[in-house]
Design a protein around this ligand. Structure first.
Ligand code: URC
Length: 327
């Protein structure tokens, strides 16, 4: 088999749903506070992740073609490897843990030439506790949040004697935002297939996944370089821009969110979106003693948008004459 054939072949294996719960990880502190977000850091009393790891390496070929397991690291051992390394991790971010554990895999097993890890952070929120002194967050009891969650993907590869970070992306996933009024959708193509009425005011409900990449990937790994951007800040920017703008479409809304993210965080190189339109169906336009309406869940199917942006988009926006103010 030629080298090209080997390199173009799909061949990997790994473990999914590796749940890691680490208590008393390093607190996250080194972030820049922005006007759109109250986020100032995180205690990390509970640091939870659901990790998926995939490893590759040409030496694994005979495990597929001959049943030769002599170089196969059992995926059960991969799970143990990740969990044990969670005890040694000194950082405060998911990204940093993924990079650390991926590197350690390559250092430990010569047959691995690349490791890809994806993680979703398991969000825990402080429970508010009442006491004679007032209401304060508990430092012991947390609720498992089912809202949006932070995520990350990293890939490291062996390169001669070195181990290089070849891919890093951070994310906030499954952000669900509803704006009760102040969103429109009009001016779209009207032809024999069009039944949707134009609207200047709809209860816009969106599901959003937002991904971002740093100019220098090292900034995204740990907070001690002072350039780390937390998913809560990205979430709060999205909510702020949604609140402030009377959007003509989801397409334009995510563009505005992207501009604001790139403007706040010049250390980021790119941001991308996947959005879903989950706008509620209006059942009663105006209740008896208005204002107020009655809505229900939308019927399938749903619409979606994908868009990626870089600092060049922000520069182009800022260089063009604006009608509606700046971001
Ligand atoms: O924001 C929207 N963008 C669309 O492209 C679209 N299409 C549609 O039916 N509703 C919407 N809403």
């Amino acid at each position: 088999m030629t080298r090209e054939q080997l390199e173009s072949r799909t061949m990997y294996y790994g473990k999914g749903d590796v749940w890691v719960f680490r208590s008393y990880a390093k607190p996250l502190t080194g972030i820049t506070v922005i006007p759109e977000s109250p986020f100032r850091g995180r205690e990390n009393v509970l640091f939870g992740m659901n990790i998926k790891v995939a490893v590759k390496g040409e030496d694994f070929l005979t495990s597929f073609t001959e049943g030769d397991n002599s170089l196969v690291v059992a995926t059960d051992s991969m799970k143990n490897f990740i969990l044990r390394h969670a005890a040694h991790y000194t950082g405060a971010t998911v990204e940093g843990f993924l990079e650390y554990a991926s590197r350690r895999f390559i250092e430990t097993y010569p047959q691995m030439t690349g490791v890809r890890m994806n993680a979703t952070q398991v969000p825990f929120e402080n429970v508010q506790i009442g006491s004679p002194d007032g209401i304060a967050p508990s430092d012991l009891v947390f609720k498992y949040s089912h809202n949006e969650s932070a995520g990350a993907s990293v890939e490291v590869e062996r390169s001669g004697e070195n181990i290089e970070l070849t891919y890093a992306q951070s994310s906030v996933k499954n952000l669900r935002l509803i704006k009760v009024k102040g969103s429109g959708f009009a001016g779209f193509v009207r032809d024999e297939y069009t039944t949707l009425p134009e609207t200047s005011d709809r209860p816009l409900f969106i599901f959003l996944d937002i991904h971002w990449k740093y100019k220098n990937p090292a900034d995204g790994l740990d907070d001690t370089r002072q350039n780390y951007v937390d998913a809560e800040q990205i979430r709060d920017i999205a909510a702020t821009v949604f609140h402030e703008n009377n959007s003509p479409s989801i397409q334009y809304l995510i563009y505005l969110i992207g501009l604001r993210i790139l403007k706040n965080f010049s250390q980021l190189e790119a941001v991308s979106f996947e959005s879903n339109n989950r706008t509620w169906e209006t059942i009663v336009e105006t209740v008896d003693e208005g204002p107020g309406s009655v809505f229900t869940e939308p019927r399938p199917p749903y619409g979606f948008q994908g868009f990626s942006m870089t600092q060049e988009d922000l520069a182009a926006y800022e260089n063009k004459p604006q009608e509606a103010g700046s971001v």
